[in-house]
Each structure stands twice: as C-alpha cells, then as structure tokens.
Ligand binder design. Sequence first.
Ligand code: DP6
Length: 363
Amino acid sequence: MAVSKGSEPWILMVTARSPTNIAVIKYWGKRDETLILPINDSISVTLDPDHLCTTTTVAVSPAFDSDRMWLNGKEISLSGGRYQSCLREIRRRAGDVEDEKKGIRIRKVDWERLRVHIASYNNFPTAAGLASSAAGFACLAFALAKLMNIKEENGELSSIARQGSGSACRSLYGGFVKWVMGNDASGHDSIAVQLANESHWDDLVIIIAVVSSQQKETSSTAGMRESFDTSTLLHYRSKVVVPRRILQMEEAIRNRDFQSFARLTCADSNQFHAVCLDTSPPIFYMNDTSRRIINCVERWNQFEGTPQVAYTYDAGPNAVLIARNRTAASLLLKRLLFYFPPSPDTELTSYLLGDKSILEEAG
Ligand code: DP6
C-alpha cells in the first residue's frame, strides 16, 4: 500500500525533455500493427534537445482517480491502444519508489492502482511531418520510467516507446541511431541502438524549412498501412534496397563521409516519396515548394561538384536540410532566404535551426 507520513494527499512528479529525430534511412511499413514492428531497419539523427523537443511532466497521487493527459494544454483521450500499451508495459516493469524527504513509499504492486496525470508540450508544430509523435512517446516512456523507478536494460525503454510510435524508439538516444527491426514475433529484439553519439560528427548543421505547419492529411500510420497493402515498390525496397543502404549508411557515419551520407539520405527520401506515389490511392506529402527546395539543393551540389547539403522529407512537406559544415549551412541559408523568403506566396512559414548565429551570419 502506498503511504505518506502526513494525512494530506501527496503528489510525486517527474519532468523530462526529449528531442525529435529525423530518419535518413526511412521506416515505412509494419509487419505487426499492434506491437509496431517494422519491415526494415532504419537510421536517424537525433536533433539538438534545445530545439524541436517535447517536454513532459508526469505526476502520481492517490488523489487522482483516472489516468489523464493534456497535450499543449488541451486534454486528450488516453483510451487509444498506443497509450494503453505504453502505460501497461511501464506499469508491468515498475519498481519500488521511496521519497524519504516527503515520506512517501510506493510498492511495486501499488502502481497497478495508482493513476497518473501527464502534461506534454511540443515546441514545434504537432503532426506536420516533424516527427512530433517520436519526441512525444520517447518523452512519455522516459518520464514514466523515471517516476516508476524502472531500470533501463537492453533497450527495453526503446521497445516501450516503439509501441507508442515506431520512430519514437530512436529518440531515446542522441547522435545517430539505428532501429533494428528484429526477428522475434514478440518484438523484444525490435529496439533502438546508438551508432555514434552527438559529438562523433558535430560539423553537421541541420536546418528545417517549415513549408507548412498544417496537420498532414494522411497520418504516417494510415499512409504506411496503405503502402504496405498496395505498393509493390515498398516490398522491393524493404527486402532489397534498405538492407544494402543500412550497411552503406553505417559506414558513411563511421567514416564521417559526407558524400556517401548525402547521396544515401537524398536517395532514401526520394524512394520513400516514390513509394507514396506507388500507393493506391497515391499519397502526396511534398508540395511544390518542397520540390523546388530539392531542385535548389541538387543544382547547388552539382555546381560545387561535391555535395554541400543533403535533404530529406518525412510524411509532410517540410524540408530537413543537413549541411556538411557551418560554412555550407550559412551559404545554404542565404540561398534559401533569397529564393524562399518566409511568406504566404512561398507557403514557407519559418526556418528552424539549432544554432541561431548561423542565421545572423547569413544576414
Ligand atoms: C516517414 O513513427 O510516425 O517519419 O509507427 O505508425 O506511429 P507509427 O509511425 P511513425 O512513422 C514515421 C515515418 C517516417 C520515417 C521515419 O521516421 O523513419
């Protein structure tokens, strides 16, 4: 039984922050919809936690009579299978918690009965193809695990976050991260592993062009289900193309080989959007501005003779641009601001970047 010294109902809280991640070799397609098991490995880069992150506070108190959650200040339902899976998996692993100062003792068995309140904030547009669910579920799993004193072993936390949203498992680590698809039907081996930490390749600069902050028409979940059912290209990609690309990408990251990294990143983004077009009915995540940004980057890379910038687009029109270094980032930003000034005409609303001084350099 959970106890406290005083008679007042107590409250225990934990706050955590998780960054989002951007896939350079994409996850698209599930072999198990409930456990969220993918049909191929994927690789991502985790963004700087100061930008594009979710902050989540989780609280437990005997005064709470139901699990409740607020996203950006608005209450949302927790009845969905994904939230329920995460809460169930977390509670199953919960440990004893003791807060001597507050005189609170919670036994493992109490967690089944105690209810939690969750408040989560995104500092970027939700569901606009900026992987908000990735940061969201990673943060939720992490904060609840801290609250319930769960020891993280063998990527177990990533496998819980995965059951909230596939890409979320990769946000539990910084730097370059691989989500290993695994073979087991139970999903125990479908976990994220860190390939290299954030300091391994810190020349890279990421700039995000927010082409639209509108909610996307087709969610990733629905889109990849439709692709799985109707696109032959998706199955060819997952069996033949991705396994090869994963090895090449791992090597490019290991060697900090920007030329290979950029070639693979752009090719994989383009193939992912080709799969979307190969889906019936076709899915259009990119718009004219997204495509014009691709052209601009391709032309510049060709002109330079060696790639300066890689582009990648998730399930939305926003461009994620990875520059080889600060100089390239500053030049890129100059070009972008010239050709795509944020305005209603270009549909482009803003540029998001980790290091704002590059914006000053670009003038
Ligand atoms: C295009 O992880 O959002 O961003 O597992 O159904 O929640 P669910 O999908 P989600 O899909 C992300 C797809 C992607 C590529 C990627 O992040 O690898």
